[in-house]
Design a protein around this ligand. Structure first.
Ligand code: ZN
Length: 246
């Protein structure tokens, strides 16, 4: 184990508390009028509408560097969301993509070229180191989690990325695994199947910071080219933003 990792907690916990396939109104109420919440409630209350709400990305949005790493309802809980289980002091540090299909079947792909690490204790998560395409010379990381079954006995991460994998080169679009429901084990708060994806800053030692802390994450909007932060009038599925500078 590398220095600095002994004390790092298992960064697998903390996400929207959706029980089964039904939204919990008390969690969603503070932002019930927001477009992203209306889309999310529709997703869970009306499965027939899911195909209308889901996005599938075969390539990055034109002019943007990162591939959206999975298909489904993108941004149902956007970066910076301050409603439950998050709050204004610890908003949601990433984006959630709720996939269409059974757990273990919806592909999760690398957002960008980089080097993949899966720490020895990580059941459902991987992290990839990148040269920041928007700030050349800086290092950032992309983090992907919930890729296992409820108990954690079955991981949906590909066998080529086993626990303890370090600096495995991966290409943008490369398959990493499949969406799941793991959130810390059978006793953890239940979540609906989705991918939680975040962009994480480096610390002074060049290693990634704790992705569960909002201040350690970056707004994914300029990397993915999607209006992820719940703007007024947002439509789902989210369309690509115009290319930068256009
Ligand atoms: Zn999340």
């Amino acid at each position: 184990m590398r220095p600095g990792h002994q004390s790092r907690r298992l960064v697998e916990v903390g996400d929207i508390g959706l029980e089964g396939h039904r939204p919990r109104p008390q969690l969603l109420r503070p932002a019930a009028h927001r477009p992203t919440n209306q889309a999310l409630v529709r997703w869970f209350n009306d499965p027939a509408a899911r195909a209308e709400l889901a996005s599938a990305f075969q390539a990055p949005c034109p002019g943007y560097p990162f591939l959206v790493p999975s298909s489904g309802l993108v941004g149902g809980l956007p970066w910076n969301a301050a409603y439950g289980p998050y709050d204004p002091f610890n908003p949601h540090p990433g984006i959630d993509i709720f996939g269409l299909g059974a757990e273990g079947t919806v592909p999760v792909r690398a957002a960008y070229d980089g080097w993949l690490t899966r720490e020895p204790g990580w059941v459902s998560a991987v992290i990839i180191r990148h040269d920041d395409p928007l700030h050349p010379g800086q290092t950032i990381w992309t983090y992907y989690t919930h890729m296992a079954d409820l108990s954690g006995a079955t991981s949906y991460i590909l066998p080529r990325f086993p626990p303890g994998a370090q600096d495995v080169p991966v290409r943008r679009g490369e398959l990493l695994g499949y969406q799941g429901v793991y959130n810390g084990g059978p006793d953890a708060r239940r979540i609906a199947m989705h991918l939680h994806f975040s962009i994480v800053r480096s610390g002074a030692d060049g290693q990634y910071l704790n992705e569960a802390v909002f201040a350690n994450t970056l707004d994914p909007t300029p990397y993915l080219g999607l209006a992820l932060n719940d703007p007024d009038g947002a439509q789902y599925p989210l369309p690509c933003l115009p290319p930068p500078g256009s």
